[in-house]
Design a protein around this ligand. Sequence first.
Ligand code: PLP
Length: 395
Amino acid sequence: MLSVASASLRAATRRSGLRAMATQAPLDPSKLEINQTSAPRPRLPNAELKFGKTFADHMLEMDWTRTAGWAAPTIRPYGPLAMDPAASVLHYGMECFEGMKAYIDAQGKIRLFRPEMNMARLNKSMTRLGFPSLDGDAALDCIKSLLRLDKSWIPRDEGFSLYLRPTAVSTHPFLGVSASDSIKVFVITSPVGPYYPEGFKPVTLFADSVNVRAWPGGVGDCKVGGNYAPTIRPQAEAAGKGFSQVLWLLGHEDGGQLTEVGTMNLFIFHRNEDGEDELVTPPLDGTILPGVTRDSVLALARKWGEFKVSERNMTMGEFTRAIDAGRVHEAFGCGTAVVVSPIRGFQHNGTTYTVPLNKEDPDAGAGKLTQRFWDEITGIQYGRIPSDWSVVVDE
Ligand SMILES: *Cc1c(COP(=O)(O)O)cnc(C)c1O
């Protein structure tokens, strides 16, 4: 009796699921509605741009409900979101985001850098939160329309760009901890300057043996907001001790595994215990954010084929033994905001270690390899070096 009832319930659920799917509208960029601003926002001169502080005139919104699917995407003047105070993003951190940039090349064209990777990662984060998946190509079409409209907001000088922040939040007004019935995906943009206007500024790190950023089975490989709020206090404590970033460790064996630096992926170029030159970054085992810059560094290094390239774990013990033996050539963090960020030292359990910046040129602000990744990646981003990683937004 029970089993018959549950079987028919399952069948009914299947039928209604099919019905819901049949009426759920896909995200359709051809339905994009554009509501242009009549009050353009104040602009700062390039020299005064601070990361993430000022925003362009327009924003993109893509709304989804479980019953109707995707509404017509909308571009409207930048401004506040109206939201029910019960919206589950405000209670359970049901949020994820992306970070990417648009550049103006020497011909005055808008370019994006590997944007399909950001769309794929946004999808991965959204589905991890039980959100619907997002059609990356359709979303990218809408983002391109936003960029065409706000093209004059993309600063033109070398090192300048427009930072894009796609964000997905649950607007579902319900205090139960459950899957969301309504989602808003929005994209705001912010004109930004070069991270290093006066040349590289190498960072010092505090290797944190107490606080952990991500762990096996967690969500360290997703850009979900919940990963970042708990890092604010450890970061402030590190800053209070005079360090620029936290070096995140996992576990305690042999000093713990190296994972990431602040919100950057970590690379170490060294002569390994077998006497080979090797570039190492921790593997994508679920605790590491799969950075687009990380992937690009790995792909370039493998293409050059001049030294061993490894995605493998390295313990603090292995790292400090290599430093003490003079086998570390250079180390850096990488991410969209900075591209690459040279590391000049760190403190672990009270001991201070110095990482060489550039053994050949003591006056250089970055190692030869770090500088080469910088030159190659920024060259591709601004269209100076031809590559299918750089996508022109045609107008
Ligand atoms: C975003 C992010 C990165 C860098 O990713 P990119 O795609 O290269 O910008 C690295 N680590 C963390 C924790 C991040 O949030």
